[in-house]
Every structure is written in structure tokens, then in C-alpha cells.
Design a protein around this ligand. Structure first.
Ligand SMILES: [Ca+2]
Ligand SMILES: [Ca+2]
Ligand SMILES: [Ca+2]
Length: 292
């Protein structure tokens, strides 16, 4: 390779490494989420585990159950129980830090809006809430709102107090009237206000797809929704430690929480380090020659 061509290649390598990766939800013909290495609804709980990753990855599988004990003998099966409760079942929740961006994956039977024939009411998916280490609030500090899933854009909002959040509904099948349930599943969405906007669409990206998994693990898992968020860590402050993640649905029929860890710059793959060093060396040489 000539020096010029080699340096162009180095420059491209650096561009590829430094370019902020957009959310890239990749689902193969079997419904496997290949960019996370996740096989949903396999025959064992272990099948939900993400593939070994160079990045720190946290996840929780909660298919066909809820962490909340619902009344009327529904228990930990998502209300209203059985086949109809499945429409509001959140299945699994993943998080990882990639190149200083927090990426979150939710596998959910709850759609952006889910209609209940028994209540003749549609229930909206909640926003993604973040409780960051060293955050300004006890509890959730930020939420990703303004969800334009078709455009792949979202906005990040700062939460300054309880007036900035919406809780699940009371009435129309919502569990807001049950204090012990509400305490476990709230909040639902952030009140969007331009004064509290901290990250605009373009910085925070989102992606969604659906997949029909068929009859799996005791429930009809057709119409499963796959959601992914991609948020610059720089918008979340520089704290290190556990970062709480939370999402629910308007009626409070299910809730799913997860914890990521903000541990400073993530450890990149060794190959990436070598590539970056080579690339930076190439750019350094290029700059030196340009200056000479
Ligand atoms: Ca399910
Ligand atoms: Ca669930
Ligand atoms: Ca907090």
C-alpha cells in the first residue's frame, strides 16, 4: 500500500471508531436480536442471555410474570391475567455502555399503544426513566420523552420534582388507585417542557421493530415489540456507580426495572484499541506532514 492510501485507510478506521454509533436494532429471520446476541423466548431462561460482549451488559428476563403482586388472585402474572394479560407483558430489559453511549433494549408485548377490549381503552407505553449516579434527584433524574419512533428521534428531559412526572392512571383498568401497586410501578411518563430539555432528537436516538414469535414458553408471543434507546453518557453527568432504568405501561399492568453501571469509560475491544492507536498514529503522521 502506498503511504497515501494507507493513511486514508487509517483515517477511515478512526472515523469508524469515533463516529457515534446510531441505535442499530438488527433482527434476523428467526427473531434473534443479533446486535445484542439475544435469542428471545428460547426453551430455557439462559436463552435470554446476551452473547458475551466486550461491553458491560446487564439484563433481566421477566417473561409472563411481573414483580408486582396484583389483586383478585391475579398475583404475579401480568393483570388481567392469562392470555389477555400477555398484551401488556414486558419480557426482558437490557443495558450496555458502548463508546460512551448508554444503550437500552426492551423486549415487550406492550405496544406503543395497546387496546384492551375488556376495558375498551388504549394504554400508552411509558417513557424510559433513568436514575443516574450522583443525580440531582432522589429517584429518577432523567426520562427519554418525545418518542418519534418512525423518525428514530427522542429527547431527554431533566426531572426537577414530582410535578415533572405522570403516574399510571386510576380508573379505566389502571392500578393507580392501589397505593402499594402505584408505589412499585410509577412513574409512567415525563411531563415534557422545553425548559428542562437536556438532549435533543439527533443526540438521543430510538428504534423499534416488531416480530411474531408464535407460541413460545406458554403464551402467544406474536406482535412482540423490540425497542432500543441510544443516549450519550455525557448528557447524564459524569458520575460512576449504578444507574437505575425503569419503564411501565399506562395501566400499570407490568413494570420492568434494570440497573446499568456507569463505571467511567468502557473498556473497548483489544482490536479496537489497536485500530485506534494505528489510526491515531496515521492521523498524527498526516497532521505532522501537513504542518511541515
Ligand atoms: Ca410474554
Ligand atoms: Ca413481564
Ligand atoms: Ca437520582
Amino acid at each position: 500500500m502506498s503511504m497515501q492510501v494507507r493513511e486514508s485507510v487509517f483515517a477511515l478506521v478512526v472515523v469508524a471508531i469515533l463516529t457515534v454509533p446510531a441505535a442499530a436494532l438488527t433482527v434476523d429471520s428467526s427473531g434473534n436480536i443479533t446486535d445484542w446476541g439475544v435469542t428471545p423466548f428460547g426453551s430455557t431462561p439462559a436463552s435470554w442471555a446476551p452473547a458475551p460482549s466486550p461491553y458491560v451488559t446487564y439484563w433481566v428476563e421477566q417473561n409472563n410474570t411481573s414483580p408486582v403482586n396484583y389483586p383478585w388472585n391475579i398475583g404475579y402474572v401480568p393483570s388481567p391475567g392469562g392470555a389477555t394479560g400477555e398484551a401488556f407483558d414486558m419480557e426482558a430489559f437490557y443495558s450496555r455502555v458502548v463508546q460512551n453511549r448508554l444503550q437500552v433494549l426492551l423486549i415487550s408485548s406492550a405496544a406503543l399503544s395497546t387496546y384492551s377490549p375488556s376495558w375498551q381503552h388504549s394504554y400508552g407505553l411509558g417513557h424510559l426513566f433513568l436514575d443516574v449516579p450522583g443525580g440531582q434527584q432522589t429517584g429518577y433524574d432523567f426520562a427519554v420523552g418525545s418518542l418519534d419512533w418512525n423518525a428514530g428521534d427522542a429527547s431527554l428531559y431533566r426531572i426537577n420534582g414530582s410535578g415533572d412526572v405522570l403516574d399510571i392512571i386510576t380508573g379505566s383498568g389502571g392500578y393507580g388507585g392501589y397505593p402499594n401497586i402505584a408505589a412499585q410501578v410509577n412513574p409512567w411518563r415525563v411531563v415534557e417542557n422545553a425548559n428542562r430539555l437536556v438532549g435533543t432528537a439527533g443526540e438521543v436516538s430510538i428504534e423499534q421493530q416488531t416480530f411474531n414469535y408464535g407460541q413460545r414458553m406458554g403464551a402467544n408471543e406474536n406482535g412482540t415489540w423490540l425497542y432500543e434507546w441510544d443516549i450519550p453518557m455525557s448528557l447524564l453527568g459524569g458520575g460512576t456507580g449504578p444507574l437505575g432504568l425503569h419503564i411501565t405501561v399506562e395501566c400499570g399492568n407490568d413494570v420492568i426495572n434494570n440497573v446499568a453501571v456507569m463505571s467511567g469509560p468502557p473498556v473497548p475491544e483489544p482490536l479496537t484499541i489497536v485500530g485506534a492507536m494505528m489510526g491515531l498514529g496515521g492521523i498524527g503522521g498526516y497532521i505532522r506532514r501537513r504542518l511541515a
